[in-house]
Design a protein around this ligand. Structure first.
Ligand code: M6R
Length: 605
């Protein structure tokens, strides 16, 4: 899961490759590299680590070619070191790759038997050798490329330079996205529209199996059978402006603060504030289905679990939620009249996409609750239910999560009304409650100072438990995931009532327990669980509202969240959890926006 870019330009291309790779760094940041061609000769620069390391290499040894390719890597095959960094080279061929070549071992053995030698542990290098072998057999670059693609199993997006070909970059895609950007006397290929956004807003999306040759003036696109095809040029709305941190120290902090806006923006697509009605975009009829099957990964999965709680309780509509990586392989039994609902910030997560495609192949109607409106998921589903969180840069999802919960809550109200579970008056009340969420999210951010004062206590722990009941249970799991990602502290979220069935054995003076307890119908029961922790000398951080705080035992450290209707408590209580993770990350001096081993968009399975 890497980012790739290729440019046939009119000026030295290395700074533009870097600019583009900065936008693609969300796809991985284990190493980076660029190559350009000048007077028929290809030269490359690579560095392990983040892009700034490559920038330093380029400062010391600049590249001046006007045609080039670039790569930012998330390691799959081969350690994240210099020799495995892309571009990879063999003979006349230099290329970058996103994806996994599943039959690389067998191809490598074949090439070694022919006397070829390899300099990396990557799966990618075999592709360069195969193309180069075609060239040495007298094939044209395009034919050598085509013949190579026919030998590959697995997933790829590729960008290729050929020594001696000054006006050519070739690209191909299978199961990984690739777009073509159309400039004036310049052409581009990249992993997504964002990659080419600084240069053009005219983009064609390649289809599965397509390959392409770009030169200064045109893109020649071919389908998997080698037929010349046209892919429509679309004007995309991705802003060329790089999102800035403003006055914030990290994107995570900024994006936590962005949430009132992100939620407001998302809700405006679902709610009519005058009539106080909730309507799904695309006017979906919730009476046309008997069941929802939610598919998602990571944080989006926890949003989906919250969605299940609210949709089932409000609308009486059964909802199954499953992590897509399990669903796609276990042969699930689907009830008729099931609506498949993918939830994804990026719209590119490989497992979610595969699960969605599987549902589609079984004849289910498909919907995506998605933040990237030009993504593969957004384009493949029958209906898009957008979130409007804006671009999320930090690898940890924050504002995309609350935007997803906003959309799901609005959909729950719409489903409840359509299915006759609530009347118009109740719909208006619930819509009013939901409309208040952005203001309350903003008030919740005021807990920042108290949260900061607790960061060192949590930051010194080896393990942290998170407990909640009802919709606070999936939120507890989301809180634990945030802490793990940003601080590398082991954390688990549990249903508070489940603690006595095992996790209670973990409680000691060293283990902070974060208890989520809004003063709702579960409050007394959750407080009993909190007492069980205190009785075992556990250190409790209680996140509650003012009414709840009045019942807090003296031993508990309290983070106050604004009082709110239970409908929006998962939104409001998400904020202190995110802030806690963020502050612990800062306390530990962590790489908050780009934690180790992670990538923003997980496009491998
Ligand atoms: O783009 P998606 O929403 O499909 O991504 C799903 C997960 O990879 C993502 O939520 C991941 O768990 C985040 N790192 C969570 O902070």
């Amino acid at each position: 899961m890497c980012g790739i870019i290729g440019i046939v330009g009119l000026e030295p291309v290395a700074p533009r490759l870097i600019d583009s790779l900065k936008r693609l760094e969300y796809r991985g940041y284990d190493s980076a590299g660029v190559a350009t061609i000048e007077v028929g000769r290809v030269d490359r620069r690579r560095a392990s680590g983040k892009l700034r390391c490559l920038e330093e290499v380029l400062l010391a040894e600049p590249l001046t070619g006007q045609v080039g390719i670039g790569h930012t890597r998330w390691a799959t095959h081969g350690a994240p070191n210099l020799r495995n960094a892309h571009p990879q080279t063999a003979g006349r061929v230099t290329l970058v790759h996103n994806g996994i070549i599943e039959n690389f071992a067998e191809l490598k053995a074949e090439l070694i038997a022919e006397g070829r030698s390899f300099e990396s542990d990557t799966d990618t290098e075999v592709v360069a050798h195969l193309i180069d072998r075609g060239l040495t057999h007298g094939l044209t670059p395009l034919n050598a490329f085509r013949q190579t693609l026919d030998r590959l199993s697995g997933a790829y997006a590729l960008a290729v330079l050929i020594e001696g070909e000054n006006d050519l970059v070739m690209g191909a895609r299978r199961a990984m996205p690739l777009v073509v950007g159309h400039g004036d006397g310049e052409m581009f290929i990249g992993s997504d529209a964002l990659a080419v956004a600084p240069f053009t807003n005219r983009v064609s999306y390649l289809e599965e199996g397509d390959y392409v040759a770009i030169d200064h003036n045109a893109a020649r696109v071919f389908d998997a059978e080698g037929n010349s095809v046209e892919r429509p040029v679309r004007i995309v709305s991705v802003s060329a402006a790089m999102v800035e941190k403003g006055n914030y120290r990290h994107f995570m902090e900024k994006e936590i603060h962005d949430q009132p806006d992100a939620c407001q923006h998302t809700l405006s697509a679902y709610l009519d504030p005058i009539a106080r009605r909730a309507t799904p975009p695309g006017d979906f009829d919730f009476n046309s289905v008997d069941r929802l099957q939610i598919l998602a990964c990571g944080t989006a999965f926890y949003a989906g679990m919250i969605g299940k709680y609210v949709i089932e309780s409000l609308a009486g509509l059964p909802v199954d939620v499953e992590v897509a990586s399990e669903f796609r392989y276990r042969g699930p039994a689907l009830a008729p009249r099931t609506l498949a609902v993918a939830i994804s910030q990026s719209g590119e997560t490989a497992d979610t996409l595969a699960a969605l495609r599987w549902c589609k192949s079984k004849g289910l109607k498909t919907v995506a609750i998605v933040n990237a409106h030009e993504s593969t998921m957004a384009r493949e589903v029958d209906l898009m239910w957008p979130t409007h969180a804006g671009q999320e840069i930090c690898v940890l999802s924050t504002k995309a999560f609350t935007a997803q919960v906003c959309a799901l809550t609005a959909l729950a109200i719409a489903a409840a009304r359509t299915r006759g579970r609530i009347d118009e008056v109740e719909e208006q009340r619930l819509v009013q409650v939901l409309l208040e969420a952005p203001r309350l999210l903003s008030e919740a951010i005021a807990s920042e100072d108290v949260v900061r004062s607790l960061a060192s206590m949590v930051g010194r722990a080896r393990d942290v438990l998170y407990l909640g009941r009802g919709a606070m249970f999936p939120l507890a799991m989301e809180g634990a995931l945030k802490l793990k990602e940003v601080s590398y502290i082991h954390a688990e979220g549990y249903a508070a009532g489940e603690m006595k069935h095992g996790p209670i054995a973990l409680i000691d003076q060293e283990t902070p327990v974060v208890v989520l307890a809004p003063s709702d119908s579960f409050f007394d029961k959750t407080m009993s669980n909190l007492s069980e922790v205190i009785a075992r000398e556990g250190r409790v951080i209680l996140i509650t509202d003012e009414a709840g705080a009045r019942h807090a035992p003296a031993e508990a450290r309290v983070i106050l969240a604004p009082a709110c209707d239970p409908l929006i408590a998962p939104l409001v209580f998400a904020v202190p959890l995110q802030l806690l993770a963020y502050q612990v990350g800062v306390f530990k001096g962590a790489d908050v926006d780009q934690p180790r081993n992670l990538a923003k968009s997980v496009t491998v399975e």
